[in-house]
Design a binder for this molecule. Structure first.
Ligand SMILES: Cc1cc2nc3c(=O)[nH]c(=O)nc-3n(C[C@H](O)[C@H](O)[C@H](O)COP(=O)(O)OP(=O)(O)OC[C@H]3O[C@@H](n4cnc5c(N)ncnc54)[C@H](O)[C@@H]3O)c2cc1C
Length: 330
């Protein structure tokens, strides 16, 4: 049994803590904030588990790893949905649908009748769509809670309000997100924030079952069903270290896109406007950076939920069996 410190309780840290505790190690999770998840960008994620849709904007090499990670979610303590993703575009932006189809794989081109079968609320609203059947999604905040509960049930220790020196351990796994920026600044390891803004609405008059992505030449967006008739509408992708609240323009565009998907969103109540930073490296892929017994796991960009289980598996295999870190994540 090894003594492991995990620093930072976002989605990456929670999966590391949970996986090492499950493997029988003595794990101490140390989080800076006094309240769990208060400062984690993970609480703002749509938490789509979308290896194929995300490959539209990232390396195709990532797909097999993302699929492995998606399978690992089903071995964890969180509920998740496997209902796929629907990609739609209004008729005037049809070219965007064609272009998205060319840039991705594993989708079906479906017509209005099939759209209505999958999403009865969208009946008659869109003539065609792309359906990525093998994708999933989850509710991020319940998932974070389920992971910390499972970790505690396995005997894991949690310290909140951590600011000092970590207790002595065999290994420290550093998952501080943007909190590690000052240490991760070498040329090919420079951490940068990519701003994401989002809105949460309550729309009991509507029923959507899976993430809906709306293509648009300037601002693509998505709607993710959250529990109890809540929907997360996201998200901007802005190269900026601005940590301030969402702008009026972004709020208008996100709400406008929801209204385009279905006018019933006009009667939804706005529950939350929010903005956060996605910790990212130059290639928008997460890295496992080894510094003797200090291991940084960071830079998850738009893929924190998608890849967290796999990153935990890779670090565990490295520490327990000396397995090398997969090239894409070095
Ligand atoms: C709007 C938006 C939508 C997104 N949608 C998706 C999506 O659909 N699917 C997906 O896979 N990803 C999505 N992401 C990306 C995902 O949220 C990130 O990749 C992920 O949250 C990064 O997790 P993390 O654990 O590295 O960082 P964080 O969640 O930021 O966690 C870092 C933790 O470390 C703590 N910390 C910092 N400094 C210290 C310190 N000195 N000591 C102790 N603790 C410290 C922080 O308080 C925080 O709790 C989205 C992101 C945003 C902003």
């Amino acid at each position: 049994m090894l003594k492991i410190n995990v620093i930072g309780a976002g989605i990456l840290g929670l999966w590391q803590a949970y996986r090492f505790a499950k493997a029988g190690h003595q794990v101490h999770l140390l989080e800076k904030s006094e309240t769990l998840f208060e400062t984690a960008s993970s609480r703002l994620a749509g938490a789509m588990l979308a290896p194929f849709c995300e490959s539209e904007a990232s390396q195709r090499d990532l797909i097999p790893h993302a699929l492995r990670s998606l399978a690992l979610w089903s071995e964890g303590p969180c509920d998740f949905e496997s209902k796929g993703t629907l990609i739609i575009a209004p008729p005037r932006d049809r070219v965007e649908l064609t272009s998205f189809a060319k840039r991705t794989i594993e989708h079906q081109h479906i017509k209005s009748e099939t759209i209505a079968q999958l999403e009865p609320s969208l009946e008659g609203r869109f003539n065609e769509a792309l359906y990525f059947e093998k994708e999933g999604h989850l509710a991020p905040r319940p998932a974070l809670k389920a992971l910390i509960t499972a970790f505690r049930d396995l005997g894991g220790e949690v310290t909140l309000g951590f600011t000092g020196t970590a207790p002595k351990a065999d290994y420290t796994i550093d998952t501080r997100g943007m909190g590690a920026k000052s240490e991760l600044k070498a040329k090919d390891r420079a951490l940068r924030p990519v701003r994401g803004e989002m809105v949460v609405v309550h729309a009991p008059g509507l029923k959507l079952y899976r993430p809906i992505r709306l293509l648009h030449p300037r601002m693509p967006s998505y709607i993710v069903p959250w529990p109890d008739d809540h929907y997360m509408i996201g998200a901007t992708v802005i190269e900026s270290d601005d940590e301030g609240p969402i702008t009026l323009r972004s709020g208008l565009e996100l709400l406008g896109s929801a209204f385009t998907v279905h006018p019933a969103f006009g009667d939804a109540k706005i529950i939350e406007f929010n903005a956060g930073s996605r910790p990212s490296f130059f290639d928008n892929l997460p890295k496992i950076v080894l510094d003797e017994t200090h291991i940084f796991v960071n830079g998850a960009y738009r893929h924190g939920f998608l890849l967290a289980p796999l990153l935990a598996e890779l670090v565990l295999a490295h520490i327990e069996n000396g397995e090398p870190i997969e090239g894409l994540f070095q």
